[in-house]
Write a protein that binds this ligand. Structure first.
Ligand code: 5GP
Length: 183
């Protein structure tokens, strides 16, 4: 049974069915690319967790999973946003093929920071897989190897993405207007 749309939701961009179908396609690409290698999926807490679990279930080669959390401060709009790791990985990534699993790559600042930081730990390879990509707002260029959907320049929630820590558990991805959200 579908849940009632919370206040502030303007329109659904991708239904659960569309998301799962697209994740299946991307998982098939990943399985082919990494067959016979040592793949580790690294998800960025908390937004990427829903995507990670859906993706991992569709990948048909053995994978390891690890998590990290970041916090950001400073004005990202001005291009000066700073991110740092607030919860590090549990294990080393030396000689492993790492796939950084992101909920959304927006300005690219977070992805660039994580790529640079993790690359310094000696993985065999490191690439990015994102559920959503918003290339129109890029401040720094980052290589996005696998992407499910390109989205317009609107604030979105659902399938892991939050507004003030809420809305993550929506099955779909929707444009939301924070001004119309209840408190
Ligand atoms: P970037 O460093 O690429 O600008 O930002 C990536 C992070 O910004 C994402 O992991 C996410 O937490 C947040 N973000 C960017 N755009 C949106 C959006 O439209 N909705 C939500 N909920 N978070 C977003």
């Amino acid at each position: 049974m579908s849940k009632p749309a919370p206040s502030g939701i303007e329109r659904i961009l991708f239904t659960e069915e569309q998301i799962r179908s697209r994740i299946g396609e991307v998982a098939a690409e990943i399985s082919e690319r990494y067959r016979g290698r040592h793949l580790k999926l690294i998800a960025v807490l908390k937004g990427s967790v829903f995507f990670l679990t859906a993706l991992a279930r569709e990948i048909d080669i053995p994978v390891k999973i690890d998590f990290l959390a970041i916090s950001s401060f400073g004005s990202q709009k001005a291009g000066g946003g700073v991110v740092r790791i607030s919860k590090d990985l549990d294990d080393m990534i030396q000689d492993e093929d790492v796939l950084l699993v992101e909920d959304i790559v927006d300005t690219g600042l977070t992805a660039r920071y994580l790529l640079q930081t993790l690359a310094g730990r000696g993985p065999n390879s490191i690439s990015i897989c994102t559920l959503l990509d918003r290339t129109s707002r890029r401040i720094v260029q980052v290589p996005v190897e696998f992407r499910c959907f390109e989205i317009p320049d609107r604030f979105v929630v659902g399938f892991g993405l939050d507004y003030r820590q809420l809305y993550r558990n929506l099955d779909y991805i929707a444009v939301m207007n924070p001004e119309k959200a209840g408190s």
